[in-house]
Design a binder for this molecule. Structure first.
Ligand SMILES: *[C@@H]1O[C@H](CO)[C@@H](O)[C@H](O)[C@H]1NC(C)=O
Ligand SMILES: *[C@@H]1O[C@H](CO)[C@@H](O)[C@H](O)[C@H]1NC(C)=O
Ligand SMILES: *[C@@H]1O[C@H](CO)[C@@H](O)[C@H](O)[C@H]1NC(C)=O
Ligand SMILES: *[C@@H]1O[C@H](CO)[C@@H](O)[C@H](O)[C@H]1NC(C)=O
Ligand SMILES: *[C@@H]1O[C@H](CO)[C@@H](O)[C@H](O)[C@H]1NC(C)=O
Ligand SMILES: *[C@@H]1O[C@H](CO)[C@@H](O)[C@H](O)[C@H]1NC(C)=O
Ligand SMILES: *[C@@H]1O[C@H](CO)[C@@H](O)[C@H](O)[C@H]1NC(C)=O
Length: 521
């Protein structure tokens, strides 16, 4: 071998070693795309859906939340089959075993969970945290740390203290903003040294629409709710988020909290019914203005023009000081992605009527949004829920929309599916879930598009770590990556989809290749 050839070979070898070194340094990879070292990969859960030790089983001074009341109420709306979250999947007692299992099943580096306001402040107010509640969450975070995971602590996931609902109507009254700020302050004072990232709240769009809108199916199922109460809820939720961010910012300066601060928002990206139709494209802008209504306030501190013009006086206004605090009040936005929807323009008479009549079927966005298009095609592969379709580019379209509208960093927040009739299957069949593997195959395809487009994607937290109480649908719809029947001391069994996600994220499996589980079948 002539010397210059040898030098060239050595050069190649050095290059290959350098490449190897970067591969080793990167924690996660998707089909050869190295993800940044600080990329967050977790799985999500929420307090009322998993903890138990509430309602009739309340423990250690926990107060009553609107979900306790809703689950036990047999009036307007309650959980399917009269289920409740009193025991749920018993996470309150099982977390010491669950967290190591999550780590093993997914190979994740963050646990993404939520805190129940009424474990910390049983009646929603006051400056002294209930020490049993604090101990529980401190132990959860420490257990995550002991198992090689950071923890993202979500301040609020739908379980408002009943005391605040009784006192002033909950999210429809502006007093909730100061109470939320106080709660955030007490919580960060109790967990600030431990939590690695913070999230203010989960999906204000959904908890306001379902709980405080004209067709309430979720707690507190306000009896006389209207669009006005729904938008008051939207408004107060954003203000509460902004105040919590303000508390975070001040405490971070003092070195009392760490990490990043975000919010989880959900929305259904639209696909134009007829991409060649100018009217349908305009309808799409209108649709997105309503689906992603939080984006302009988070970026600019004010509501978007289309949204504000349609709602007029129904929409409360921000003061100058509120706007200033709200603009840029996040480090990242988590996008909870569950489906896309076809969108077309209404005919001019229908649109005209809609803008003037809240009773219109199309109010408030005044577009035709449908799971079926003009040719009768569904928006994606159906799942157990009519709001959950595996559509081609839900995640990519949502992230691109946020990017184009000024959101500077985001994660794929919640993302998952309820497999048809899974709850009716025997264990051996429940854990073989090829439909869910296909769902996440599509998720990875979308994440690759985002990476190739150089969008600032900083995390991925599939929903959910384990089967849980699916809110008003009870235990009949399962979104878990780990099988877990409700009740005390139930066995947890990771599903095939969990193993697939782990194999892809660790670089052992190309996401688009067929996947066959190696064990457990
Ligand atoms: C919460 O309110 C209830 C009912 O008013 C009261 O009995 C209880 O002592 C209060 N709990 C706390 C911790 O303040
Ligand atoms: C809803 O009804 C309750 C009880 O009648 C009343 O106190 C409350 O003011 C009403 N709220 C709205 C927004 O109309
Ligand atoms: C923010 O405000 C600027 C200036 O008015 C505007 O151009 C931009 O579209 C706004 N962005 C959003 C997301 O509303
Ligand atoms: C909405 O679109 C669907 C699918 O094309 C169509 O069947 C329906 O008639 C449309 N509704 C209105 C009011 O335009
Ligand atoms: C799927 O989504 C991608 C990204 O938006 C798009 O380029 C492609 O055309 C879509 N495919 C179909 C069949 O709609
Ligand atoms: C799910 O089960 C119901 C009965 O409980 C049945 O009507 C339906 O066809 C089943 N769906 C599928 C996709 O098997
Ligand atoms: C669950 O298991 C633990 C530990 O074995 C036991 O102490 C506890 O009594 C069990 N709980 C129930 C409700 O069976």
């Amino acid at each position: 071998m002539v010397p210059c050839e040898m030098v060239a070979r050595l050069g190649q070898l050095a290059g290959a070693l350098a490449l190897l070194a970067t591969r080793v340094a990167a924690n996660y990879v998707i089909d050869g795309h190295d993800l940044p070292d600080d990329f967050v990969f977790g799985c999500g859960t929420s307090a009322y859906q998993i903890e138990g030790a509430t309602g009739t089983q309340a423990k250690d001074g926990k107060g009553v939340s609107i979900w306790d009341t809703f689950a036990h109420g047999k009036g307007l709306g309650h959980i399917a089959l009269d289920a409740d979250g009193d025991v749920a999947v018993d996470f309150y007692h099982t977390y010491p075993k669950d967290l190591p299992l999550f780590k093993e099943a997914f190979g994740m580096n963050q646990y993404d969970f939520t805190i129940s306001w009424t474990r910390i402040l049983p009646n929603g107010t006051g400056h002294t945290a209930n020490e049993h509640g604090v101990d529980f969450y401190r132990n959860v975070v420490k257990t995550a740390h002991d198992n090689g995971m950071t923890a993202a602590c979500t301040i609020y996931h739908w379980d408002l203290p009943q005391a605040l609902q009784d006192k002033y109507g909950g999210w429809v009254d502006k007093r909730v903003v100061a109470d939320f700020k106080n709660y955030a302050d007490v919580l960060m004072g109790s967990l600030g040294d431990l939590c690695d990232d913070w999230i203010s709240m989960n999906e204000p769009r959904t908890f306001c629409t379902e709980g405080y809108g004209p067709d309430p199916v979720s707690a507190p199922a306000l009896a006389n709710a209207t669009y006005e109460t729904q938008y008051k809820c939207y408004h107060n939720a954003l203000l509460a988020h902004s105040e919590a961010h303000d508390v975070f910012k001040k405490k971070k300066k003092e070195g009392k909290v760490k990490g990043r601060f975000g919010i989880k928002i959900d929305g259904q990206p639209g696909v134009p019914m007829d991409p060649r139709s100018e009217a349908d494209r305009l309808a799409l802008d209108q649709h997105h203005a309503f689906e992603f209504w939080e984006v302009p306030p988070l970026v600019n501190g004010s509501y978007g023009e289309i949204f504000a013009n349609y709602l007029g006086d129904a929409l409360p206004k921000f003061t100058a000081e509120e706007s200033k605090k709200l603009a840029g009040s996040y480090d990242f936005v988590a996008f909870d992605a569950y489906t896309s929807i076809w969108v077309g323009a209404l005919d001019s008479q229908d649109e005209h009527d809609c803008k003037r009549n809240q009773m219109s079927n199309f109010y408030p966005s005044c577009v035709n949004a449908s799971n079926y298009n003009n040719d009768g095609y569904l928006i994606g592969v159906p799942t157990e829920s009519n709001w959950n379709f595996r559509a081609n580019d839900t995640i990519f379209t949502g992230l691109k929309y946020m990017h184009e509208h000024g959101i500077k960093a985001y994660t794929v927040g919640e993302n998952g599916m309820g497999r048809r009739n899974e709850s009716q299957l025997y264990l051996a069949e429940r854990i073989v879930d090829p439909e869910r593997v296909d769902w996440y195959r599509s998720t990875f395809k979308n994440m690759k598009w985002a990476l190739e487009a150089k969008l600032p994607l900083i995390g991925f937290t599939p929903w959910s770590c384990l089967d849980n109480l699916e809110w008003s649908e009870g235990y009949g719809i399962k979104f878990g990556l780990i099988d877990s029947p409700s009740g005390y001391n139930q066995t947890r069994t990771p599903k095939m989809s969990a193993a697939y996600i782990k194999a892809v994220m660790s670089g052992q499996q190309h996401s688009q290749y067929p996947y066959f589980p190696m064990s457990g079948v």
